[in-house]
Design a protein around this ligand. Structure first.
Ligand code: HMH
Length: 219
């Protein structure tokens, strides 16, 4: 069930935008070992704020999944458990880098991304649209950070833990499960839902690029 779905069609159709999101200069600088640590610290602080906003979105998705399918619910519940761990990890990591999380204010690209999450949290938003966006959000990080773990990469030792968090095989499997779920729902979706899901997918890619740009200090 890996290839041949609607998401694969969209990945192909929008491959240039997808590559901009998954092979961003910020990620390439981590992989090449040339990363500016102030950029990394900016990313870390902003992503902590993003992940906190991610919780109500995932909660709303879980609520929708409970009404749709038991199998989906279990996968998303696993995601919720990881998110709990992730928030603790951010706190530990911030301490390691001397970042005071309580003093960080969200920058505009982050605010815009959180606004998208908030709009997708509404009960009126179709489950298929929301799960498509959720898959895209997770897949961009998985693809990006796994690039920094490939053989031949020059990722600094102190950033390996970060890259492993989203680049590890378990997270890769999780993203695969999300893609399967989204594809199954898209296959049965009416035309207007398909259009909204593709729009949400593109919106996520756009905001991921802006989020990486923000980390580089370019807004
Ligand atoms: C901006 N996108 C952003 N932050 C994250 N932590 C993820 C995706 C993956 O959870």
């Amino acid at each position: 069930e890996v290839g041949g779905g609607i998401l694969e069609t969209w990945l192909d159709k929008h491959s240039s935008m997808y590559n901009k999101a998954t092979k961003h200069p910020f990620i390439l600088s981590i992989r090449d070992g040339t990363v500016d640590l102030s950029s990394f610290k900016r990313w870390l602080g902003q992503d902590y704020l993003f992940v906190r906003e991610f919780v109500p979105f995932l909660a709303s998705l879980l609520l929708k999944a409970c009404k749709e399918s038991d199998g989906d619910m279990e996968i998303l519940l696993g995601g919720m458990a990881s998110l709990n761990d992730e928030i603790s990890w951010f706190k530990k990591e911030a301490f390691k880098w001397n970042i005071l999380l309580s003093t960080i204010a969200p920058q505009n690209p982050n605010k815009d991304y959180c606004r998208l999450l908030e709009s997708l949290t509404s009960p009126e938003v179709n489950y298929t649209v929301a799960i498509t966006a959720f898959w895209a959000i997770e897949a961009v990080y998985q693809e990006s950070f796994s690039l920094c773990l490939r053989s031949g990469s020059n990722t600094p030792a102190e950033l390996m833990d970060t890259c492993q968090r989203w680049g590890n095989d378990g997270f890769g499997q999780y993203c695969c499960s999300l893609r399967t779920i989204a594809n199954r729902n898209l296959l049965n979706a009416p035309e207007d839902v398909l259009r909204m899901a593709e729009e949400a997918f593109l919106h996520v890619l756009e905001l991921e690029v802006r989020f990486w740009n923000m980390s580089l200090g370019e807004m």
